[in-house]
Design a protein around this ligand. Structure first.
Ligand code: IPE
Ligand code: MG
Length: 259
């Protein structure tokens, strides 16, 4: 079984093969509130500092030859935060795109916002669609921003869409397998993440990329997101490079030893 590749192939010849560079890095941006609290600042300022950390991390990821970066910006569970904080978080995509979309476009970044559009204001949906359209021609680096996203919600939405196809007579239940199901997910256009990084000391996925995380390496770092930068990403990628990815298989030496 050819299971010893360090990274999943994207089809491009030689890409990712034989290197320990993850093609797809995912990050749970966490710790904004604690960062603000440590400084006696309102949580909103922690979130704004988090946007600066995102800018640094996108640049650093491109620099380190990562091709896909998926970041968790707002979860389907974050609606239960106080209304003022939800409003602050809802304002972040506008803040980010207003200050950075021209640079992202110029530097070849394709932006996609994954997650449910329901619940977002018409203005925000327009901003999101505008940022996606403006960078749709880019293919040097792919930035997925998970916003109003939940892994369970995405799986439920995918299941509903397939059920609708069956109900309409366009598909049969027996057609469904892992590959077809994955094509219904919000991340259908990206390879699965090679590594999921969570700063801030918390060690859980919190409903991020549940399906896609099947064989992702998990790296937890003791740094709050607003302090995150190139050196932290580099350290996380070094940790990733030292991992032995086996995708459920065994390496040839172990087979021989066991035999
Ligand atoms: C991450 O920081 C931002 C979002 C989850 C939207 P937090 O706001 O979760 O910060 P902490 O965990 O309270 O420090
Ligand atoms: Mg948190």
């Amino acid at each position: 079984m050819a299971a010893q590749k360090k990274t999943p192939s994207t089809g491009a010849p030689g890409e990712g093969e034989g290197t320990a560079t993850p093609l797809h890095v995912a990050v749970v941006m966490d710790g904004n509130g604690r960062w603000a609290k440590q400084r006696g600042l309102p949580r909103s300022l922690g979130h704004r500092a988090g946007v600066d950390a995102l800018k640094r991390t996108v640049s650093a990821a491109a620099e380190l030859n990562v091709r896909w970066l998926t970041v968790f910006g707002f979860s389907t569970e974050n609606w239960s935060r106080p209304a003022a904080e939800v409003a602050e978080l809802m304002a972040l995509p506008k803040r980010y795109f207003e200050s950075d979309i021209a640079r992202l476009e110029r530097e070849g970044v394709r932006v996609r916002v994954i997650g449910r559009r329901e619940g977002l204001s018409d203005e925000l949906v327009k901003i999101i669609e505008g940022a996606q359209a403006r960078t749709a021609h880019n293919d040097r680096f792919f930035l997925n921003i998970a916003f109003n996203y939940g892994g369970q919600a995405d799986i439920a939405d995918a299941a509903r869409r397939f059920a609708e196809e069956v109900a309409a007579g366009r598909a049969k239940p027996s057609d469904l397998n892992e590959q077809l199901f994955a094509r219904q997910l919000a991340t259908a256009d990206s390879p699965p993440p090679d590594v999921i990084i969570r700063p801030s000391g918390e060690q859980r996925l919190s409903n991020f990329l549940l399906w896609e995380a099947a064989y992702a390496e998990l790296v937890f770092q003791d740094v709050l997101w607003p302090d995150y930068g190139a050196e932290h990403l580099k350290a996380a990628l070094q940790t990733f490079a030292a991992r032995d990815r086996r995708y459920g298989a065994v390496v040839a030496d172990d087979v021989l030893a066991a035999g």
